[in-house]
Ligand binder design. Structure first.
Ligand SMILES: Cc1cc2nc3c(=O)[nH]c(=O)nc-3n(C[C@H](O)[C@H](O)[C@H](O)COP(=O)(O)OP(=O)(O)OC[C@H]3O[C@@H](n4cnc5c(N)ncnc54)[C@H](O)[C@@H]3O)c2cc1C
Length: 310
């Protein structure tokens, strides 16, 4: 039997304050693109920044750890789930998009595809490649999501967030360091609430055409089964998929998890995979690539262990 980290009194307190958007023992497989992951003790979808702040304050006092998700498209949660609170910013208050000339302010829960279309419609360029990307803008900032030689870090002006104590914080462009699929904000335990971008001016027809080109490109590589995009980062100038392919690992399977035959850097859930299957397959790929080429592949996806520190 698993040990709950949330006692009955805390449950009652949380229910009293946040009843509408609070769930207990919610399966994370319902919130991740891999479609795996056991129950989170608490699953919270705040309806406003104030609710988020007071929730964080309460759980801090109760020594309950938390983890934030956007659309869960870059995460592998354990089969045992998550001991603590998982917070998802998907309510309407976190999905607003305001566009004024070349400046865009959007809620962190906004879908990247939505942002691509809305900015293109206003004749702005810089987000077209996001069309077809399944993540949220908050997740994109934390992972510095990118494609076709572009990334979100290059258009960010400012990020608003809430700290683990529930205080509001602002990170200006100069304070944010973006790297290859990472960002220094991820070490601060903050919850991103709003993102400010500055885009280049173009016309809506040109931006629309670019979206079509990017989407055509994506459709050619369409995988069609539950997955979390690229599993491994490219090591230096090499392609992770080429190394995996050359090591003969395409189509290798463990349980219900398989290395995709369409893209060797993608692991798919064939429908019955557990997180353990996926994790084991990740380790096999790392081992075989290391044995063959002496190169250690580093996961791009976030693998979330059962217990995180409060
Ligand atoms: C089919 C497919 C194709 C993909 N293609 C690409 C691609 O071309 N390029 C690319 O870069 N990625 C790609 N991805 C991966 C993924 O979509 C991106 O990394 C995306 O930006 C993650 O967004 P998310 O909202 O799903 O974040 P999640 O997976 O939910 O979270 C990712 C990380 O961000 C953190 N986080 C999320 N929201 C917040 C927030 N509001 N505040 C604080 N922390 C937060 C989480 O704690 C976690 O550490 C693809 C995934 C799939 C399934």
């Amino acid at each position: 039997m698993r040990t709950l980290c949330v006692n009955e009194n805390t449950r009652k307190t949380l229910k009293k304050h946040f009843s509408d958007n609070l769930y207990f023992d919610e399966f994370l497989r319902n919130h991740t693109s891999f479609r795996v992951g056991g129950p989170a003790d608490i699953f919270f979808k705040p309806g406003s920044v104030d609710k988020l702040s007071s929730f964080l304050n309460i759980i801090k006092d109760e020594k309950i750890g938390y983890f934030v998700i956007g659309n869960g498209t870059n995460i592998l949660f354990a089969d045992t789930g998550f001991r603590g609170a998982v917070i998802q910013l998907s309510e309407p208050a976190f999905r607003t998009v305001e566009i004024n000339l070349d400046s865009v302010i959007c809620g962190s829960g906004t879908n990247m595809t939505e942002l691509a279309y809305q900015t293109a419609k206003k004749g702005l360029s810089g987000c077209e490649y996001m069309a077809g990307l399944p993540g949220s803008v908050g997740g994109a900032v934390m992972t510095n999501a990118g494609a076709f030689g572009q990334d979100i870090g290059s258009v960010i002006e400012k990020v608003e967030s809430v700290t683990e104590r529930g205080n509001h914080a602002i990170s200006e462009k100069d304070d944010i360091v973006f790297g290859y699929r990472n960002c220094n904000l991820s070490r601060r335990g903050i919850v991103i609430t709003r993102v400010y971008l500055r885009l280049a001016k173009t016309d809506s027809k040109t931006a629309d055409n670019r979206i079509k080109e990017f989407l055509d490109n994506r459709e050619r590589g369409y995988i069609g089964a539950s997955n979390a995009g690229s599993v491994f980062k490219n090591p230096g100038n090499l392609s992770a998929w080429k190394l995996i392919d050359s090591a003969g690992l395409r189509n290798v399977r463990i349980g219900g998890a398989r290395v995709s035959d369409k893209h060797a850097n993608v692991i798919i859930n064939e429908g019955t995979a557990t997180s353990r299957d996926i994790k084991n397959l990740i380790e096999i790929v790392q081992l075989k690539v290391f044995e063959r080429f002496g190169i250690g592949l580093e996961p791009e996806i976030k693998i979330i262990p059962e217990v995180l520190d409060a």
